[in-house]
Design a protein around this ligand. Structure first.
Ligand SMILES: [Zn+2]
Length: 561
C-alpha cells in the first residue's frame, strides 16, 4: 500500500455527528479522508503530524455569510480559515451579485457599495453561472455554496421600484431564478427589511419559492422584522415554505431589542411547523451587537442623500424633530439596531469610530449626552452624525444574551457567523470594520459557550457547525459523501484545535471598556491546522497561501475538479 500523503496521529476525533470524541489517526489521500483508525495503526505517510491529543473535527460550515464580493478581493479568505471555516454559504439576506444585466449594473454596484469598485471585482459576469465561474477561475481558500438573492432578481428586472412586479416582470424573475438554480444555486434568499426586498408581497415570494422547490432548493430568509413584528415575520416565512413546498431556513433569528417576547416564542412557531411535518430550521450567531454607521439609524429614505444635505436637515430644528419622530414611529420597520433608538436605549450604543470627535470614543451615547448636557440623547446622536458624517460608527448592543443561550441549545438551531471573509490588511480593513463574527464566531462559541460556561457540549457545538448545516444544504462530495462528517472517503475539510488555548480576539463583550480589548480585531488563537479538500491552508496558525476551495453546485454530486 503506498503511503498516504498526510497522516494526523493522536487526535481526539470529533466526527461531526455529535457522538463523544475518541482517540484515533486519520489519513488523507488527495482531497479525501482515506482512513480513520486506532492510534498508531496506520503506516507512515509522506507527512505525519502528531496532534498530541488536540481535537480534530470537520471544517466548520458557515451557513450564513456575506462573502460574495469580499472573497474576490481576498481569495485567501483570511478571517474565515483562521477561525476554522472551510465552507461559506453566500448570497444571504437577498443579496447576491448575480444575475445582473448591463442596464441595471450601476444600481447593483450602488447596492453593494464601495467594494463593488475594487479592481478585483470586475463584474465580468451577468448570469449566476458566470458568477460561480468567476469565483472558481481565480481559486479560493474555502469552499463556496451560493444562494440567489431576491434583491438581485428584482434589481435586474425592475430596478429599485417600490411596487409589485407586473405579470411579465414576475415571469422574468421566475425565469432568471430557474436559470440560476440550474447553474448550481442552493436556493433563494430574501432580505425583507431592506429595499427592494421590503417592497415584495408574501405572494411574490411564494411564487418564486415554487421555482426553487422544483429544483429541490431551500428558502433562506432575513425575515420581515426582527423586533416588534418578529412573530408575524416568522409566521410569514413558515407560511411561504408551506405554500411553496420547500424547506425554510430562518436566518440569524435572534429577537432584537424591541421584540415583544423572548426567543422561545419564535422557536415555538418553528417547533409547531416541524410537528406538522414542515422542514423549518434556524441559524444564529452568538454576538449581541452590530457596528453600523450612525447614519444607518436614520429613516431609510435619507440614506442615499449626500451627507451635507443630511447634515443641513439635521441642523434645522423642524426637520430634526420630524426625523426623530419618524425613527420612533418606525413605520416601515428599519433594521434591527434602530430598536435601540426607537426605545431610547442610549446606554446600549457605544461610540466606536468618530474621527472628528475622538474625545467621546468608547463612551455610550447616554454618557456623551450627559457630558454635553443634552437632555435628549437624540440631539447627541444627530450632532455626532453632523460632526463625523458617514464615518461615525457605534457598537449597538441589541440582543439579549439569554436569547443567545436559548437559541444555541435548541435542536433546530445551527451556528452561523453572519459575517464575511475579511482580512486585517488592504481594502477589507480600511477602516477596520467592527466584525467580531467574521473573525471569532466559531472560536468564540468554543471558548465562551463550551469551555468557560458550558451551554453546549463540545460534540453538540461541533455538530451545529458541521454536519447539521451540511445536511441542511445537501453538500455532497464527488463520491456521494455528505460533507461535515469525518468518514472514510468523505471530503478532507478538517480543523485541528486546542480547546485549552482557544481564544476569540475579535469580540468585545458588553459593557465595553475603552481602549477596546479586541478592536481592531485579530485572528483567534488555538486554531492550529485547517485543511480544505486535503490541502493545508492554515499551518500552526499561519496561512499557507494555498487556494484549494471548490465552488459547490447544488444538485450535482460531482465536484468540478
Ligand atoms: Zn440578514
Amino acid at each position: 500500500m503506498p503511503p498516504y500523503h498526510t497522516l494526523l496521529t493522536n487526535a481526539r476525533i470529533l466526527d461531526g455527528t455529535g457522538n463523544p470524541w475518541f482517540y484515533g489517526d486519520l489519513a488523507i489521500q488527495d482531497d479525501t479522508i482515506a482512513q480513520i483508525a486506532p492510534p498508531n495503526s496506520l503506516p507512515a505517510a509522506h507527512r505525519t503530524i502528531d496532534l498530541e491529543g488536540r481535537y480534530l473535527s470537520p471544517g466548520f460550515i458557515d451557513i450564513h455569510t456575506h462573502s460574495d464580493l469580499s472573497i474576490l478581493v481576498n481569495r485567501r479568505a483570511e478571517s474565515a480559515v483562521r477561525q476554522g471555516a472551510t465552507t461559506h454559504v453566500i448570497g444571504n439576506c437577498g443579496m447576491s451579485p448575480a444575475p445582473i444585466d448591463d442596464a441595471h449594473l450601476p444600481l447593483m454596484k450602488d447596492y453593494w457599495g464601495l467594494i463593488s469598485e475594487q479592481p478585483e471585482v470586475n463584474w465580468d459576469w451577468r448570469s449566476f453561472g458566470e458568477y460561480l465561474q468567476a469565483l472558481e477561475d481565480g481559486g479560493t481558500a474555502i469552499n463556496l455554496a451560493a444562494l440567489v438573492g431576491h434583491a438581485a432578481l428584482r434589481i435586474t428586472t425592475m430596478g429599485m421600484d417600490d411596487r409589485a412586479p407586473t405579470a411579465k416582470e414576475m415571469g422574468k424573475m421566475e425565469h432568471l431564478l430557474g436559470e440560476s438554480m440550474g447553474a448550481g444555486a442552493f436556493g433563494l434568499s430574501t432580505g425583507l427589511v431592506y429595499p427592494p426586498g421590503c417592497y415584495a408581497t408574501t405572494e411574490e415570494i411564494i411564487a418564486l419559492c415554487r421555482v426553487v422547490a422544483q429544483h429541490n432548493g431551500i428558502y433562506a430568509t432575513h425575515i420581515r422584522g426582527e423586533r416588534e413584528t418578529i412573530l408575524d415575520a416568522v409566521a410569514e416565512a413558515i407560511h411561504i415554505g408551506a405554500q411553496a413546498g420547500l424547506p425554510v431556513q430562518i436566518s440569524h433569528n435572534a429577537p432584537k431589542y424591541g421584540a415583544p417576547q423572548p426567543a422561545s416564542a419564535n422557536l415555538r412557531l418553528v417547533e409547531e411547523a416541524r410537528a406538522r411535518g414542515q422542514d423549518v430550521t434556524v441559524d444564529n450567531d452568538v454576538h449581541t451587537d452590530l457596528g453600523p454607521a450612525l447614519f444607518e439609524g436614520l429613516p431609510q429614505e435619507l440614506h442615499e442623500r449626500p451627507m451635507d444635505e443630511i447634515a443641513s436637515l439635521l441642523r434645522d430644528p423642524q426637520s430634526r424633530q420630524r426625523i426623530k419622530e419618524e425613527i420612533i414611529r418606525d413605520q416601515k420597520p428599519a433594521f434591527g439596531p434602530v430598536g435601540l433608538l426607537k426605545h431610547a436605549q442610549w446606554h446600549c450604543i457605544t461610540l466606536l469610530h468618530a474621527p472628528n470627535t475622538p474625545q467621546y470614543l468608547g463612551q455610550t451615547l447616554a454618557a456623551i449626552a450627559q457630558q454635553r448636557e443634552q437632555a435628549d440623547p437624540f440631539d447627541t446622536y444627530f450632532d455626532l452624525i453632523i460632526a463625523n458624517g458617514h464615518q461615525a460608527a457605534a457598537i449597538f448592543d441589541y440582543i439579549d444574551p439569554t436569547d443567545i443561550r436559548t437559541l444555541l441549545q435548541h435542536p433546530a438551531v445551527m451556528i452561523c457567523s453572519d459575517g464575511e471573509a475579511l482580512a486585517p490588511y488592504g481594502f477589507l480593513n480600511d477602516p477596520p470594520p467592527y466584525a467580531p463574527c467574521s473573525y471569532g464566531e466559531f472560536p468564540g462559541v468554543l471558548e465562551r459557550y463550551v469551555r468557560d460556561d458550558p451551554v453546549l457540549t463540545l460534540e453538540g457545538a461541533i455538530r451545529k457547525m458541521t454536519s447539521f448545516p451540511a445536511s441542511r444544504l445537501g453538500l455532497f462530495n464527488r463520491k456521494g459523501q455528505i460533507r461535515g462528517l469525518l468518514r472514510p472517503s468523505a471530503q478532507a475539510d478538517l480543523v485541528v484545535f486546542d480547546l485549552d488555548r482557544i481564544h476569540d480576539r475579535a469580540t468585545n463583550l458588553y459593557p465595553h471598556t475603552y481602549p477596546f480589548e479586541n478592536y481592531p480585531h485579530q485572528y483567534p488563537e488555538g486554531i492550529d491546522y485547517v485543511f480544505v479538500n486535503g490541502e493545508l491552508v492554515v499551518e500552526n496558525g499561519e496561512h499557507t497561501g494555498l487556494l484549494p476551495g471548490h465552488v459547490l453546485r447544488h444538485g450535482r454530486l460531482r465536484c468540478p475538479s
